[in-house]
Design a protein around this ligand. Structure first.
Ligand code: CA
Ligand code: CA
Length: 246
């Protein structure tokens, strides 16, 4: 079977995906080491991930329930052969405010503490809480740490190494993307966390396409809200969820 690998993926991973001319993309055949110099005709993976918060579309959603409205992102892992090989890469995430954002006065306590731009905490600080391995903690009466509320917005980013450092990794067919969302698995006997499993879309992107992924596994702690497993064709994450890259 003839397979091709691409060398010089830096141009594939580059912002804006400009400049990937045929001359810059080398092809290597792996069926005997013959290099014919032809350009591979498909981009062999995805450079970016996008999480888009749709929790506000749920009939039970209310801004006043908490001060952490919508999807609460702790971390995002790239899973390859059942092993986490990377996490959301530092300094690559861009947050986009959503149209359905809760205003500060609408959130519990009159402050959407974990959401940008409605919190006094800077967007840079909030976004940085999504980088690297999971570390979110809900502290009960005092502020939690290690996560960001999307508040109807979206987050686009790349995947780095197991500490979230660069360079960015290419996401491949057969991989999984696992989003760690502050859900029932973060609830303890004493922290008083409501910890609603939030609903969101997950997309992977390359120069040619933006592809919405299907969830393949929900966390068992969220079965009351999410069910035991995603139904065929269901396209939303629900709390901490693994998605398959086709
Ligand atoms: Ca975190
Ligand atoms: Ca949540």
């Amino acid at each position: 079977m003839r397979a091709t690998l691409m060398i010089g993926t830096a141009c594939v991973l580059g912002l804006g995906f400009a400049g990937c001319s045929a001359a810059q993309v080398s092809e290597v055949t792996t069926d005997g080491g013959v290099t014919d110099g032809a350009t591979a005709d498909t981009v062999p993976g995805y450079a970016y991930v996008v999480i888009s918060d749709v929790e506000f579309q749920q009939p039970t959603f209310s801004c006043s329930t908490t001060n952490a409205p919508g999807t609460n992102i702790d971390a995002v892992a790239l899973i390859r052969k059942s092993i986490a090989v990377g996490y959301l890469m530092k300094d690559t995430a861009t947050f986009t405010v959503g149209n359905a954002a809760c205003a500060p006065a609408d959130c519990s306590g009159g402050d959407c503490t974990y959401a940008s731009p409605t919190s006094t905490t800077s967007e840079t600080e909030l976004v940085s809480r999504t980088e690297g391995p999971p570390d979110a903690v809900v502290h009960g009466p005092t502020n939690g740490s290690g996560y960001m509320s999307l508040n109807g917005g979206s987050l686009q980013f790349q995947i780095g190494d197991v500490l979230g450092n660069g360079p960015p990794q290419t996401i491949l067919s057969g991989d999984q993307i696992k989003v760690f969302e502050v859900d029932q698995s973060y609830k303890t006997a004493t922290n008083g966390c409501i910890c609603t499993p939030a609903h969101y879309q997950l997309w992977v992107q390359n120069a040619a396409t933006s592809l919405q992924l299907n969830p393949v596994q929900f966390d068992p702690a969220n079965s009351n809200t999410c069910g035991a497993a995603p139904s065929p064709g269901y396209q939303l994450g629900c709390g901490t969820t693994a998605f398959a890259v086709p």
